[in-house]
Ligand binder design. Structure first.
Ligand code: ADP
Ligand code: MG
Length: 258
């Protein structure tokens, strides 16, 4: 692995749910420190692509590489599965995911939510995990919310807690699936700010978003997915400023009109 080896790379990935082909040969690579935004219409396969990256979904063809290391498979086609559970766990814990619906555990305090996976999955020292959990909650601006339960927080605060939880795994990359879509506009901005701060720190991130301004502001590369294929990709200035594909132009004008 060299310094240019991508943290996550997907080569010619094909993914179907039964007979529904969702990804039809997608190539994507996230170099260290890069932010990639995935945009596209609902149903174009954005979430599926992200979920294939951190192995929440199996795929039927193509490769998934983590820091140059190919995922090992057994079987083929619809019977293809990862063959090494330890490898899957190691890769997945290095690619922390943040979901649209936060997915915090309702019966745990915010601090417990952030500490849970580092303790149980990574078996780290409790005192150290608590220290870093508090620091990450401070970093996302809710250091005073350690002892409350998720239901006592606003959506924006819950999403920031979910980001602190992802960070506390000390992952190689963060994957966001529509992190601001469930939020009221005024709460959206507090989450956008945290994501911008993380981008400025040089975190490697893949972000599925419908927020074109966020994509334009934070991304090194924007990828437009259309019906399971990458229709166009490029630097945000080019992709938004001079889109080549007719479909992308249509998508952007529909988005701006909304
Ligand atoms: N678990 C699933 N089972 C069957 N079909 C699914 C499943 N998840 C997603 N799909 C279908 O796959 C397609 C792509 O979905 P998705 O990746 O969620 O798109 P996006 O995130 O771009 O809106 C859609 O047609 C969706 O209905
Ligand atoms: Mg989605």
């Amino acid at each position: 692995m060299t310094k240019d080896t991508p943290v996550i790379e997907i080569r010619n990935l094909h993914k179907a749910y039964g007979s529904l082909e969702v990804l039809k040969g997608v190539n994507i690579a996230a170099p260290k420190g890069h932010v990639i935004s995935l945009i596209g219409s609902s149903g174009s396969g954005k979430s599926t692509l992200l979920r294939c990256c951190n192995l929440l979904e199996d795929s039927q063809q193509g490769d998934v590489l983590f820091k140059g290391e190919p995922l090992s498979w057994r079987g083929s086609g619809h019977n293809r599965r990862p063959s090494d559970p330890k490898q899957v766990l190691r890769i997945r814990t290095n690619l922390s995911m943040v979901f649209q619906q936060f997915n915090l555990w309702a019966h745990m305090t915010i601090l417990q939510n952030v500490m849970e996976a580092p303790l149980t999955v990574l078996d780290r020292d409790r005192a150290e995990v608590e220290k870093s959990a508090r620091a990450y909650l401070e970093k996302v601006g809710i250091g005073d919310k350690c002892d409350v339960y998720p239901a006592q927080l606003s959506g924006g605060q819950q999403q920031r807690a979910a980001i602190a939880r992802a960070l506390c795994m000390e992952p190689e990359a963060l994957l966001f699936d529509e992190p601001t879509s469930a939020l009221d506009p005024e709460l959206e901005q507090e989450v956008v700010k945290v994501i911008k701060d993380l981008a400025a720190e040089g975190r490697t991130m893949m972000i599925v978003t419908h927020d074109m301004k966020l994509a334009a502001d934070v991304s090194d590369t924007v990828v437009f997915l259309h019906q399971g294929l990458i229709e166009e990709q490029g630097a945000p200035d080019t992709l938004f400023g001079a889109p080549k594909s007719e479909r992308l132009r249509g998508f952007l004008s529909a988005t701006h009109a909304a």
